[in-house]
Design a binder for this molecule. Structure first.
Ligand code: KIV
Ligand code: NA
Length: 277
C-alpha cells in the first residue's frame, strides 16, 4: 500500500471518502493501527494525560513529543504521522515554532505537525509552512487553553463564538494549513466549516459531517471505563480484557501452574554434571 501523504488526504476530501485518524504514542500500538488501515496517526500531546497521568496536556515537553514521535514513526509504514506541538513550543515566537516543528520532523520522523489556535497563529503557521513543514490546525475545544476556557467545555455554541471559530478556520486555510482538527463544537458549526474549507476537516466531538474523525486510542479501546464523555464511543473493552489476562497470569503464578514445561528451556545432557543432586 502506498504511503499516505497530505495530498492523499486532500484527495480523500475531494472524492468524499472519510479520513480515519487515531492517536498513537508507541511503536506497538502504531504498528497495529497502521496495519488496521489508519490514514493518519497522531502523536497527540494527549499523552500527557493518558500516558503520563497529568490532568492536562500542559506539562508535555518538546523532548517527550520527539521521543514518542520517533517510536511511532519507526513502526509506521503506510499512515501519515502527525506530531503535536506541545504547549509553549510555538506560542512565544514563529522562530521558536519553526525550530521546534523542525525537531519533530528531523528527530521524530513525522510528516507534519499540529498546533492549536486560530488567526493569532496565522503568522506562525505561515512560518512553519515556509520551512516546508505541513501544518494541521486545531480549533474549537483546544485543550492547551484549558485555563482560558475554564475547563474542557464545548466551544462555539453561540453566534459570536461560532463566527470566531469559522473565521479562524478560514484564516488557517489562508495561512497554508493543509488540514484542520475541529474538537468539541456543535455539529452544525462543524458542517458549515467543513463545507466552507477546501482543506480536510477532521472532527472529534464535532459530529458526522466532518471529512474525517479522530479519537484518542485509549478512549476508543475502552482502556478506562471511568472516562466516557459524550463524544467517545468504546469499540472494545480492553480494560476488561487486559485485567482478565494479567489476572489469569497472576493466578497461574500463585498456583505454580505457570511456567509449565512447554514454556521452559531444556538442558543438554552435559548440564547434568552441574544440576545432578
Ligand atoms: O492530543 C490529541 O490527542 C489531540 C486529538 C484529540 C485531536 O489533539
Ligand atoms: Na493534542
Amino acid at each position: 500500500k502506498d504511503k499516505v501523504t497530505i495530498h492523499t488526504l486532500k484527495r480523500l476530501k475531494q472524492i468524499g471518502q472519510k479520513i480515519c485518524m487515531v492517536t498513537a504514542y508507541d511503536a506497538t500500538f502504531a504498528r497495529i493501527f497502521d496495519q488496521s488501515g489508519a490514514d493518519v496517526l497522531l502523536v497527540g500531546d494527549s499523552l500527557g494525560m493518558v500516558v503520563q497521568g497529568h490532568d492536562s496536556t500542559l506539562p508535555v515537553t518538546m523532548d517527550q513529543m520527539v521521543y514518542h514521535s520517533a517510536a511511532v514513526t519507526r513502526s509506521t509504514r503506510r499512515a501519515h504521522v502527525v506530531g503535536d506541538m506541545p504547549f509553549m513550543s510555538y506560542q512565544v515566537s514563529p522562530q521558536d515554532a519553526v525550530r521546534n516543528a523542525g525537531r519533530l520532523v528531523t528527530e521524530g520522523g513525522v510528516g507534519s505537525v499540529k498546533l492549536e489556535g486560530g488567526s493569532e497563529f496565522a503568522d506562525t503557521v505561515r512560518a512553519i509552512v515556509r520551512a516546508s513543514i505541513p501544518v494541521m490546525g486545531h480549533l474549537g475545544l483546544t485543550p492547551q487553553s484549558v485555563h482560558k476556557m475554564g475547563g474542557y467545555v464545548v466551544q462555539g455554541r453561540d453566534e459570536e463564538q461560532g463566527r470566531k471559530i469559522l473565521d479562524d478556520a478560514l484564516a488557517l486555510e489562508a495561512a497554508g494549513a493543509y488540514s484542520l482538527v475541529l474538537e468539541g463544537v456543535p455539529l452544525d458549526l462543524a458542517r458549515t466549516i467543513t463545507q466552507r474549507l477546501s482543506i480536510p476537516v477532521i472532527g472529534i466531538g464535532a459530529g458526522k459531517s466532518c471529512d474525517g474523525q479522530v479519537l484518542v486510542c485509549y478512549d476508543l479501546l475502552g482502556m478506562n471505563p471511568d472516562f466516557k464523555p459524550k463524544f467517545v464511543k468504546h469499540y472494545a473493552n480492553l480494560h476488561g480484557s487486559i485485567s482478565d489476562a494479567v489476572g489469569a497470569f497472576f493466578s497461574e503464578v500463585r498456583e505454580g501452574v505457570f511456567p509449565d514445561e512447554e514454556h521452559s528451556f531444556k538442558a543438554t545432557k552435559g548440564l547434568r554434571a552441574v544440576t545432578a543432586p
